[in-house]
Structure formats: structure tokens, C-alpha cells
Design a protein around this ligand. Structure first.
Ligand code: SF4
Length: 105
């Protein structure tokens, strides 16, 4: 498995402060301009972030399972592709899977 799929810990900037984003399902008008506004409704914000940034050789199954039920999955994947996110699970895909998707596009 490629080393690029893993990092030592969850990045500090993974999530925008939820106080700035607002209540889930009720996005504030002024955060619509924020490219991370969709995180207000993300399921991973309610779970263990370590599952989305597993150690080398760690399982991604639990994170992908959560992504499968997340209503902002498409927004998340689009953000990761547009911003070339190199680590972690975004939109239900690992970095390797996102790289393959970019090549096919
Ligand atoms: S798709 Fe997965 S990583 Fe993205 S916001 Fe939803 S739960 Fe989090």
C-alpha cells in the first residue's frame, strides 16, 4: 500500500470550527462562500477523526462505511479532488482511489 495514503495524525485544519459554520442542516448565509461549509452536515464530525486518517496499514473500512451514509459525500469528494487532498479518506475514497478517479476523468 502506498505510503501517501497515510499520515501520523489528523491534520489541524481538517475541520473548520463548527461555531463558525453553524448548526447542522441550517447553514448560515455568510458561510455559503466558505468552501468547507458542507462540513456542517458531515457525519465524520460526529465520529472519531482518527478513523479517517489511519496509521500506515490501518483499516479504512469504518471510515468508508460512515461516508456511505453521509449526505455531503459528493461535496466532500469534490472538495478533495479540487484541492488535491493527499491524505485520509474524503468522500469515501482513499488517496489512491481519488488518484485513479482523477486519471479516469
Ligand atoms: S463523505 Fe466521509 S469524509 Fe466526507 S464529510 Fe462525509 S463522512 Fe466525512
Amino acid at each position: 500500500m502506498a505510503n501517501s495514503e497515510y499520515r501520523a495524525s489528523v491534520p489541524d485544519d481538517w475541520f473548520v470550527d463548527p461555531v463558525r459554520l453553524g448548526v447542522p442542516g441550517v447553514r448560515k448565509a455568510d458561510v455559503e462562500e466558505n468552501p468547507l461549509a458542507w462540513q456542517t452536515d458531515s457525519l465524520c464530525a460526529q465520529t472519531d477523526p482518527e478513523a479517517f486518517f489511519p496509521e500506515k496499514g490501518g483499516s479504512t473500512r469504518e471510515a468508508k462505511k460512515i461516508c456511505g451514509s453521509c449526505e455531503v459525500r459528493a461535496d466532500c469528494l469534490e472538495y478533495a479532488l479540487e484541492n488535491d487532498e493527499r491524505f485520509g479518506i474524503w468522500g469515501g475514497l482513499s488517496e489512491r482511489e481519488r488518484r485513479k478517479l482523477r486519471k479516469r476523468a
